[in-house]
Design a protein around this ligand. Structure first.
Ligand SMILES: *[C@@H]1O[C@H](CO)[C@@H](O)[C@H](O)[C@H]1NC(C)=O
Ligand SMILES: *[C@@H]1O[C@H](CO)[C@@H](O)[C@H](O)[C@H]1NC(C)=O
Ligand SMILES: *[C@@H]1O[C@H](CO)[C@@H](O)[C@H](O)[C@H]1NC(C)=O
Length: 308
């Protein structure tokens, strides 16, 4: 069975910083099989692949890295676009892979027939970012902002590593993409039972950092219900973004970013906790309350597309 995980890690420190590293893997059955010719530049200690990804990202000489969980080793390599297939014991982390550079502002600009995958897009002059494009769902052309796949995270937990996979363009880049054109947003969900549901908002915009990434979202349609609100019925529309260390929510007695374990446009927290943590139920779980209550979801995806 071949699992593919593509992730861009987010570091939510002060403000919002992005680390554009892709993590890709892995074939459960076969042994490690490195197809391309990669030279190892340096080996460093790392406890998790996230740590390894961050080490590689912060080192200019590192073009990609392999994380060997059993050895807690992070091997820096010189190949920017290694074509590798590895087992669960080793994971390839790719950085600055320009294989698919196309001068597109977002995934909606990709030529028709493009496959889902990682592409470099140019939301603004001199600003190149790697994003995952979903070219299949709903006629394709979707730029993925956040993606969580807890099935694989659980697999990781079984392997006794601590990881939450997240693919994000980060708010800075979402803002850059959104500022030129009108966009809609789509959320896709998968429960642990395999059931799926989605929500589309035909109006979606995120303003710049000076507004703390104020969100405009409306015109819901879909099967998952509208969770862009909080327990009091306060709409998410018009709210600022809160993180663990930036308390811009409306709750006076708690910090929603910490309480819900999730950066979001919190009011008195939120019904939409797609950035939550793995949990079968409850406030911190990854949930979309209008669909399955607080029940933890297996997969969530948030993606944007130009309005036609
Ligand atoms: C890998 O690189 C070495 C040294 O450059 C070369 O001799 C070898 O043929 C290469 N192998 C492959 C499979 O490309
Ligand atoms: C960004 O993309 C443009 C167009 O593909 C390219 O010419 C430029 O070198 C890239 N810049 C960086 C910093 O990667
Ligand atoms: C943005 O967030 C910061 C940190 O929470 C806060 O101090 C600041 O007042 C907010 N900006 C606006 C425009 O509300």
């Amino acid at each position: 069975m071949l699992f593919m995980i593509l992730a861009v890690l987010t570091l939510l420190q002060h403000g919002v910083a992005c680390v554009y590293v892709k993590i890709e893997s892995f074939d459960k059955q076969s042994g490690i099989q490195i197809i391309s010719n990669v030279s190892i530049i340096e080996t460093k200690f790392a406890r998790t692949r996230v740590e390894c990804a961050v080490l590689c990202t912060n080192d200019d000489n590192c073009c990609s890295a392999s994380f060997l969980s059993a050895l807690e080793q992070c091997e820096f390599t010189d190949a920017c676009c290694p074509d590798t297939k590895q087992t669960k014991g080793a994971i390839t982390i790719r950085k600055n892979c320009n294989q698919n550079v196309i001068p597109n502002r977002d995934c909606s600009d990709l030529p028709s027939g493009s496959k889902s995958g990682v592409y470099t897009i140019h939301p603004a002059a001199g600003n190149n970012i790697s994003v995952f494009c979903d070219m299949e769902t709903d006629n394709g052309g979707w730029t993925i902002g956040f993606m969580k796949d807890l099935q694989n995270a659980i697999y990781e937990i079984i392997l006794n590593t601590e990881i939450i996979l997240q693919l994000t363009t980060c708010n800075d880049n979402i803002y850059l993409i959104l500022k030129h054109k009108a966009y809609k947003v789509r959320f896709d969900f998968e429960a642990f039972t395999g059931e799926t549901a989605f929500a589309i908002y035909d109006t979606f915009n995120v303003l710049d950092e000076t507004t703390n990434y104020t969100l405009h979202i409306s015109d819901y349609s879909g099967t998952a219900g509208d969770s862009m609100k909080d327990v009091d019925g306060t709409r998410t529309n018009g709210l600022m973004f809160s993180t663990r260390d930036r308390d811009n929510d409306m709750a006076s007695n708690q910090r929603c970013g910490i309480y819900k374990r999730s950066g979001w446009w919190h009011a008195h927290c939120t019904w939409a906790n797609i950035n939550g943590i793995y949990n079968t139920n409850g406030d911190r779980s990854v949930h979309w309350k209008s669909w399955l209550g607080m029940k933890g979801l297996r997969k969530t995806k948030m993606m944007i597309k130009q309005k036609t």
